[in-house]
Ligand binder design. Structure first.
Ligand code: FES
Length: 160
């Protein structure tokens, strides 16, 4: 399969920085996912071949990271942390709020393909709980009102 020229340039650069090819697996998967939308069977075969890994090696890594997916997601992947610090500061209520607002549950995707929702473990924003990650952006100290503003911002961006 063919990736874009910017992907190929990044890949060619990254591979020179490490003693083993395996070391670039996670960033390569992220770049491929950004480009294709998800990690399809074809992408997995391609990356396993390039990095001299088995497809099982690649799938094992994908299953470990909540940022990586083998299924298509919405344009904005809303990950709500309900781990201890966030739970104590309203993370579960925030997840329920998102479920109602978006009309989907955990691992669901809206029918317009704009949003996916996931309940996740700690995303490293405990000091500013409750925290949510949308694609690569973090949102912290959230309330229902602030969450609505985040979702609305995504909706506007998604329509551009
Ligand atoms: S517990 Fe939610 S970010 Fe750490």
């Amino acid at each position: 399969m063919r990736f874009s020229d910017p992907f190929e340039q990044r890949f060619a650069e990254m591979i020179t920085h490490y003693p083993t090819k395996r070391s670039v697996l996670v960033p390569t998967l992220l770049y491929a996912q950004d480009e294709v939308g998800f990690l399809s069977d074809e992408v997995i075969t391609e990356i396993a071949g390039r990095l001299e890994l088995t497809e099982l090696d690649v799938r094992n890594v994908i299953s470990y990271y909540s940022m990586l997916t083998t299924k298509p997601r919405g344009k904005f992947n809303v990950q709500v942390c309900t781990n201890i610090a966030c739970m104590l500061r309203g993370g579960e209520e925030l997840l329920e709020h998102c479920e109602k607002r978006l009309g989907i549950g955990h691992k669901g995707t809206t029918s317009d393909g704009l949003f996916s929702l996931e309940e996740v473990e700690c995303i490293g924003g405990c000091s500013w709980a409750p925290a949510v990650q949308v694609n690569y952006e973090f949102h912290e100290n959230l309330t229902a009102e602030k969450m609505d503003a985040v979702l609305e911002g995504c909706r506007r961006k998604g329509m551009q």
